[in-house]
Design a protein around this ligand. Sequence first.
Ligand SMILES: Cc1ncc(COP(=O)(O)O)c(C=O)c1O
Length: 480
Amino acid sequence: MNSTLSPDPREIREIGRAALDLVATYYESLATCGVLEPTTSAKLRPLLDGPLPVTGEPFDTLLDTVRDVIARFSRHSAHPRFFGYVASPGVPVAALGSMIASALNTNVTGWRSAPAATEIEWLVIRWLKQMLGLTHAGSGLLVSGGSMANFAGIAAARSAALPNVLRDGLHGAPQLRLYASGQAHFSIRKAAAMLGLGAANLREVKTTAGLRMDVSDLARLVREDRAAGHLPFCVVASAGTAGSGAMDPLAEIADFAREHALWLHVDAAYGGFAALAPSARDYFARIGDADSIALDPHKWLYLPVGCGCVLYKDPATARAAFTSNAEYIRVIGLENDEAFAFWDYGPELSRPFRAFDLWLLLKSAGTAALSEAIEENIACARYCASLIEVSEDLELLAPVDLSIVCFRYRPADYTGDLDALNEKVLLALQHDGSSYVSNARVHGKFALRACVLNYRTTRRDMVILLEDVRRVAPKAQKIF
Ligand SMILES: Cc1ncc(COP(=O)(O)O)c(C=O)c1O
């Protein structure tokens, strides 16, 4: 046996301890390091570049590279003031889980290939449904992320509208139309394009002042399309938009969808787990009406990147969209479980053991701790908004439905271009490294966007963020 490819157990323990030590030290460093250390590709590449290795080198030296280059020049999503995107901080238990899952190297294609992993995936899917308050018999599967979950949900909607689309394609079919607000995530448009519906057949519904879908505009568009001979088939509601965290009015949209026989897909990739927070739970009262739901445990359930989920109210509809044999009637978990194959319900064949991290997290932390952390994230965002509202030099640009704060720097005596000024402030903040935000456009205005999805973030961090904006702003005007 090749000892380089298969080190003996003693060596595995030794290098494993060194790796674990690095992981623990990394987490420890988050209390004192910045969100990122600015660099350039020209500086970074030589630190990693090299010829294709012909012989191996000791693991220790690789860990040095991890510590000194890879970790150092990563943007630290786990940092309490990384507010850049709706990104998760990861959880230590999942870092260990990845190691174990990798050792098991389970390929979760179906029950026969991965009996225990399949049972665990079914179990966590049941738990996810419970977390959202879903009581129907639906099910789903884990996918790579929210984009893939949106794709899968819309694929199921397409097959429900055109039952023979897998065989016949779209040629000669009526023009299918789907609807989402202008604030919906771009993966909806991408799914429409990839599914052959055509991005132009995604109709952009207007939003209200709070950036939530305007259902009267949805009604107008559907009427218009029907009159033109098109086939409205699906409406996508956002349970937390990526831009400002706005919650589309799910109840109104669900009523409209039912009345007009439209498939309701809810993109809850960002906001879905706010259903665990008592102060946000009411938003989700009607999410059970959705025919399909996209969720991202790798956002607000704090798991590391790589774990999305699509839920189907009627799994037979997903089977119609993905199976290569036409036996549409058997549903997940009800009959002949050992013959079950995930590839009949989603786009992938080979699949990693995504459910493992989710299972470890839920079993080790429990929903009480998660609910408390999510509620605190919402409280931090609301607290930040309240500080902005009473300040003289900052302006809140959108309501805070969940945990995203869109605001801008607006000093009282400033008469110049506020968009240009805030673009500079954004760049200066990102270079400074103490707090990291991204940008959004709100009613045409350039906004600084702070997303709070980290159980390490405290109200003090929100104060520091605003202090950082004020500290870098005067410099930003001069430097950029
Ligand atoms: C509302 C929403 N939907 C979908 C996505 C896409 O998710 P992913 O990045 O996991 O593909 C995002 C990502 O930010 C999102 O915020």
